[in-house]
Design a protein around this ligand. Structure first.
Ligand code: CO
Length: 285
């Protein structure tokens, strides 16, 4: 199988969500900008408290999973199940909303930098109405592997092999077997990774740009854009003349119809109407 190449670029656009948190949305900016099973990727990054202080007050989800990964800052997650998650720099949380979760994520700082990601991953029909579950991941629970020629790979979810060594992330229960890694490369360095040939995959550089693909087909992906990859069983990524930091995300596609209404993602319009009714009548969770 050939290595994967950069097939499509989705540049992020500025928007806001929650109580008015400023963020950049790549996947999910419209219903045609998705990569099954990934529904949405938001990046929030600001040193101005006005951009994040309103946080994400109580709101519902149904029908999918969320991952929040913090690079800098401190947020507190609380949900109707009684979970409390202190989300600090380098930490993450995973939530399977299933039939319903009501939660809040509020900044625990009044100044300084807040930077991180929220990712939505779809659930197959048979798991959309299961009871919600939650996992809080502390920064020290996330393995970081150093690369022989410089750079690091931090694994947040799933399993992979790096320079011949198997490595597993703390989040293992994502339905679509998602792999989520945070890769840092110094200028001039590169990384080659195997990728499950059945997975859809994309890359999101958040510092510096990357080049992707084999020599004759190398293409550049600028910072703050999602690069959708072609199919293949491996990927080669290069930092050119500057250091780079990016997320690589892969997962098994679900191949089912999607009907989304805000924080509810189901298969049919009837199921969305049911979700709205359940939420209004206090029966979501
Ligand atoms: Co939420």
């Amino acid at each position: 199988m050939p290595p994967r190449e950069l097939q499509q670029i989705i540049r992020s656009i500025p928007t806001s969500d929650g109580g008015g948190v400023k963020l950049r949305r790549s996947l999910g900016q419209s219903q045609s900008h998705r990569l099954d099973p990934f529904l949405m990727l938001d990046e929030f990054s600001s040193t101005n408290a006005d951009d994040y202080i309103a946080g994400f007050p109580d709101h519902p989800h149904r029908g999918f999973e969320t991952i929040t990964y913090m690079l800098d800052g401190h947020m507190l997650h609380e949900d109707h199940l009684g979970n409390k998650g202190d989300l600090k720099s380098g930490g993450a949380q995973w939530m399977k909303a299933g039939r319903g979760i009501i939660h809040s994520e509020m900044p625990q700082q009044e100044s300084g930098r807040m930077r991180g990601f929220q990712l939505w991953i779809n659930l197959p029909a048979k798991e959309k109405m299961l009871v919600a579950s939650y996992q809080d991941v502390k920064p020290e629970e996330t393995p970081i592997m150093s690369l022989a020629k410089g750079g690091t790979v931090k694994i947040i979810a799933g399993n992979t092999e790096i320079e011949g060594k198997s490595i597993s992330g703390p989040i293992q229960d994502i339905s679509s077997k998602a792999l989520i890694v945070d890769v840092r490369l110094p200028a001039g360095a590169s990384i080659k990774l195997p990728i499950n040939p059945d997975h859809n995959a994309f890359i999101y550089p958040f510092e510096g740009k990357v080049s992707i693909g084999s020599d004759e087909n190398k293409r550049v992906l600028e910072s703050q854009a999602a690069g959708i990859l072609s199919l293949g069983d491996s990927i080669e990524i290069y930092a050119e003349d500057q250091a780079t930091a990016f997320l690589l995300l892969t997962a098994h596609p679900i191949k089912e119809p999607i009907v989304q209404y805000g924080p509810f993602v189901m298969n049919t319009t009837e199921e969305i109407e049911q979700a709205i009714y359940d939420y209004k009548t206090g029966q979501l969770v």
